[in-house]
Write a protein that binds this ligand. Sequence first.
Ligand code: PGA
Length: 253
Amino acid sequence: MRKQIAAANWKMNLTYAQGEQLVNDLLSQSSVPESNREVVLGVPFPYLSMVAQKIKGHHGYSVAAQNCSQHKAGAYTGETSAEMLTSIGVQYVILGHSERREYFSESNQLLADKLNIALSYGLTPIFCCGEPLSIREAETQNSFVETQLRESLFHLSAEELQKLVIAYEPIWAIGTGKTATADQAQDMHAHLRSVLAAQYGAEVANRISILYGGSVKGSNAAEIFSKPDVDGGLVGGASLKADEFIQVINGLK
Ligand code: PGA
């Protein structure tokens, strides 16, 4: 069975003390994830080391950065490299979140570069894709998202591709309280898997965890995650409260 993942995306929220408290609560109140389940905590850069330390020895927990530079190293003031992240024990990096695409002009090509550097340092990218409302209303979401995959991923070898996690996050569902229905998520996830299968073969496509993101919360997680091609979620708002996020974790297959 593919790995089932509950990934938190704290975005730019919480103070250090609040973040520490949240991780303490999660670790003390959640049960140990079963072997095919993983909890990934996507936290702000200044908290990565703290979270990496706290989860040490807790099976099934990992830490993720929310971005990394496309450059290896050098004079890029304010940037954080993939190598820096691995050097402090970070395992995952969220790349291509729609907020970064929109507010920081991240293109499919730039994301291809970021994926390359993340993979070369052994980070597991959580690659985000998803369409805006106008595209959904025009019913062209399948080709829109296919282009995102094609332009950012298709230069990778099959071996590299299998190291990725993909997150489908329809932009109209992020932070809006308007979740895609479980069937809408399943339809898109099956489409994404078929796009990957056409390029890399069904065996490779079947190994890749595809997460759904967009207003996932404790009360809807289990239904969405129950769909055959939905392998967990990338969770923003609901990951900021321990009890709510624990319900999301418990909703994993
Ligand atoms: P949300 O955000 O759960 O608050 O909708 C999800 C995300 O942006 O990853």
